[in-house]
Write a protein that binds this ligand. Sequence first.
Ligand code: GRF
Length: 196
Amino acid sequence: MISGRGSNMEALIDACDNQVVRADVGLVISNIESAPGLAKAHDRGIDTLFINHRGRSREEHDLDLVAAFQQQGVGLICLAGYMRLLSTELINAFKDRILNIHPSLLPAFPGLDAQRQALEYGAKVSGCTVHLVDEELDHGPIILQRTVEVLEDDTVETLSARILEQEHIAYPEAVSRVLSPGFKLEGRRTRVVLPE
Ligand code: GRF
């Protein structure tokens, strides 16, 4: 699910095409019709849907999403720059099967403008987090994180660009972990148990 540029979405499509991730991207949904990512997905031959959230309740909108995902036989949902909170209905329909990527080392700097928050706070290290989605914003169990050093002359743009490079590595790896047969969720802790 996207709302914008879709570079993480492309990283996931690439990883599936290269069989780094053993899955297919079956459907890309955007709540913004003009999202550049939607056109990119379409050009790569992936089914796309624009589902407008305007003028409807979150629940109504999300029930359309659930129907679309179920019809397509989707097993895992990846939020990739999807700029809306999810309803309980959607979260429960895909319990522990929804991932999000956030451009900070959670629980530091949740919400909007995470890179700016890290810079203004004076953090020396930041990065990105892939986590399972629960009812709280940027909060669910962490699948993996990658760190990025904050440089003295960093701007929001330069830091965001270096974090984004790491996001494109982290997201496919996180999807592989969650899809692996040994993936375990115990409370907030996640791990992959290797076969003996
Ligand atoms: C990324 O920084 C991601 O962490 C955040 O939104 C941005 C989306 O970028 N949730 P893109 O659309 O994947 O290029």
